[in-house]
Design a binder for this molecule. Structure first.
Ligand SMILES: *Cc1c(COP(=O)(O)O)cnc(C)c1O
Length: 223
C-alpha cells in the first residue's frame, strides 16, 4: 500500500495556498484511515449515502466534501456534517441546502459548479445563471448557506490547450464575480484540478484540487 508516500508526493507539489481534497470515493475505510493518520483531514466523496456511512465510521474531525452531483431529496442526509458542497448547479438545490442547514442551525459552505467542459455529460451553470441567482431577492434570504467559490471539471481529454482554455475560463469568471459581495456570497475558492490535470489547474489559479487515483490508486469502477 503506497497511500502515504503518494500523499506526501502530492503535498510537496502543492503551493501553500492550495487545499488538497483527497477523493476517497469507492475506497474502503482502512485506506481513508491511512491517509488520516498521515495528517490528511479533508476527504471528498461523490455519493451522499457512501459519504454518510464513512462519516459514521471515521473520526469526527474529518471535513467531508461532497464533490458529486447532488440530488435535492438527499441533501437532508448530509446536512448535519458536510463541510463543503462543490456541485451546486441550480437555485432550487441551493434553497434546499439552506433549508436543511437551518434545521441543524448551521451555515453550509457551497461552491457553484460552472459548466466549463464541452462534453454534454458534465453538469454546471453558466456565468449568467450565477448572476441571476445572486441578484435575485430570494438569494439574500438564504442565511444558512455561504457561497465561497466556484468549481469546474474540464473535458476528459489529453489536449492540454483545451483544458487550459477551460480552466482559464473558470478563473476569469471567478474574477468577474468577485466584485459581488453579500453576507452569503464571499468568493475565495476555485476548485479545479484532478489527478490528471492538477498541475495545470494550479498554474491557472486553482486554490483547491480534488485528487483521488494518484493518492489511493485506480478505482475498480468509474463513477
Ligand atoms: C472522482 C473525482 C475526482 C478525482 O478524480 P481522480 O482522477 O481520481 O483524481 C475529482 N473531482 C470529481 C468531481 C470527481 O468525481
Amino acid at each position: 500500500m503506497s497511500i502515504v508516500p503518494n500523499l506526501s508526493n502530492i503535498k510537496s507539489e502543492l503551493p501553500d495556498n492550495v487545499t488538497l481534497v483527497a477523493v476517497s470515493k469507492t475506497k474502503p475505510i482502512e485506506d481513508i484511515l491511512e491517509a488520516y493518520n498521515a495528517g490528511q483531514r479533508i476527504f471528498g466523496e461523490n455519493k451522499i449515502q457512501e459519504m454518510v456511512e464513512k462519516h459514521e465510521q471515521l473520526p469526527e474531525d474529518i471535513q467531508w466534501h461532497m464533490i458529486g452531483h447532488v440530488q435535492r431529496n438527499k441533501v437532508k442526509y448530509m446536512a448535519s456534517f458536510v463541510s463543503l458542497i462543490h456541485g451546486v448547479d441550480n437555485f432550487k438545490l441551493l434553497k434546499e441546502i439552506n433549508k436543511q442547514a437551518k434545521k441543524h442551525d448551521r451555515i453550509i459552505d457551497c461552491l457553484f459548479q460552472l459548466k466549463i467542459a464541452e462534453e454534454d455529460s458534465k453538469f454546471g451553470m453558466t456565468n449568467e445563471d450565477v448572476k441571476n441567482i445572486i441578484n435575485s431577492d430570494d438569494f439574500l434570504e438564504l442565511k444558512n448557506i455561504n457561497v465561497i467559490g466556484l468549481m469546474g471539471m474540464a473535458t476528459f481529454t489529453d489536449n492540454k490547450i483545451q483544458i487550459k482554455k477551460e480552466f482559464d475560463y473558470l478563473k476569469s469568471t471567478f474574477d468577474s464575480l468577485r466584485i459581488y459581495e453579500f453576507s452569503n456570497f464571499n468568493l475565495n475558492t476555485i476548485s479545479m484540478g484532478m489527478s490528471g490535470d492538477f498541475e495545470l489547474a494550479i498554474d491557472c489559479g486553482s486554490t483547491m484540487v480534488r485528487i483521488g487515483s494518484t493518492i489511493f490508486g485506480a478505482r475498480n469502477y468509474t463513477n
